[in-house]
Design a protein around this ligand. Sequence first.
Ligand code: FES
Length: 193
Amino acid sequence: MSAHAHGTQHFDETKRANIKFSAEALTTIENLMKRYPEGKSKSALLPVLHVAQAESEGWLSAEVMDYVAELMGIQSIEVFEVASFYSMYNLRPIGKCQLEVCRTSSCWARGAEDVVDYISKKLNIKEGETTTDGMFTLKTVECLGSCGSAPMLQCGAEYHENLTEAKIDALIDRYRSEGTRKNYTDLNYTNSK
Ligand code: FES
């Protein structure tokens, strides 16, 4: 059994030589797990998966999920069950900027379909696809809790609200010029890989 973060224990990185999280990420994961009592560290899985995703180019491969399971001392299937349930985790590669357009009622009533169509035509990709340069992925998601600012989309940790074609143009131009990966995380943890 591998060592995992709890109390004075530390991760045994040698178990997964092919997958390496940064020292910062491992410390963050360790601290997240310490928030919960012994034996209850699985409760940290959601934020831990954000860190794992940020360390893995925005998506969770089977190997990364196995690695997370090992770090946390839980079963791989437990990681997969959670990762596959929530839309904020990606189980296949995505572009550096994943544009997650809300399609639920308020956004739908205020033009979400037009937003999706506009982005789709502008980037020449269908929903679920990634541009050939690996820069953008288009995705639709359910309500993101910003209904009063519909239509809206999320990219990484940023919300973009009251969308218009001009705002979408400016957003895509900005992301292209920045050229960096936008990772979703609700932690004070950033990774600009
Ligand atoms: S319906 Fe789009 S944010 Fe709630």
